[in-house]
Ligand binder design. Sequence first.
Ligand code: GUN
Length: 313
Amino acid sequence: MTEADPILRPSGRRAVLIDGKAAAAQIDAAVRAGALELAAALGRPPCLAVVLAGEDPASQVYVRNKVRRTERAAMTSVEHRLPADISQDALMALIDRLNADEGVDGILVQLPLPAGLDASAVVQAIDPAKDVDGLTAASAGALVLGAPGLRPCTPSGCVYLARRALGDLTGRHVVVIGRSILVGKPAALLFLEADCTVTLAHSRTRDLPALARQADILVAAAGRPGMVKADWIKPGAAVIDVGINRVEGPDRTSRLTGDVDFEPALDAAGFITPAPGGVGPMTIAMLLVNTLRAAARRAGLPLPSAVADLGAD
Ligand code: GUN
């Protein structure tokens, strides 16, 4: 790497913040333009069905945000709120109905589901053409194969933000910390699809700090607050913090914080996402893109150019 390489931050400067809120707002606006265009062709707006079972407070906040942003993006949101004691059979029957409903383009089942329900069985029952979370076996298989399909939202947001900071990602070494189904594993595959060299690290990885220091792009998705220290970061690297951890403050207040020890990291990284306000807003933005994509594909229409031009693939 040379001094001119854009991944190297100008000496003495603190990291450039990667503004996920601004990126998400741009994407939402493009989706809105695309949704209006598609609605004219379909005779109705694209439609996302959201299924929320139980009363988990964090899930209720997520779902409220999803519904609000879907509607602001000129798409229809249909919410199915179910009691925590709903039976597996009733939930599976709802998925069957939503699969069969021609007016529904995307189906999202908010996770985690209440104890006693088999979340995997519910998610795997979703029609892959409507799998806007990208979590079915068919969607995961398409990602592995590099075939067309709906990609998981949070990791797509990570790739989008890395591109926003660095431009072309070809040849970058990405270290992903965390191997979850929702984030780590698909993030590794999506960065591979972007021609990066990818290392997928996890809780059993040996000498994680030394490995992390090799990363041009460090993705922290371990779910452990403040785990990534400044001396884990190669000077000038781009740091993408996926963590959303609720931690107790000294005065019994609680606040959200990421997986990166943020303040000290600012003096090591070249680019860094704040948490919250970085990756978080991108998840819903990518969900809206996927809903538009599903609606277009189901109707045999191209993805509207306002969204295709974003390069959010
Ligand atoms: N719960 C937390 N994150 C997610 C997500 O990306 N999708 C779904 N369905 N549930 C979640």
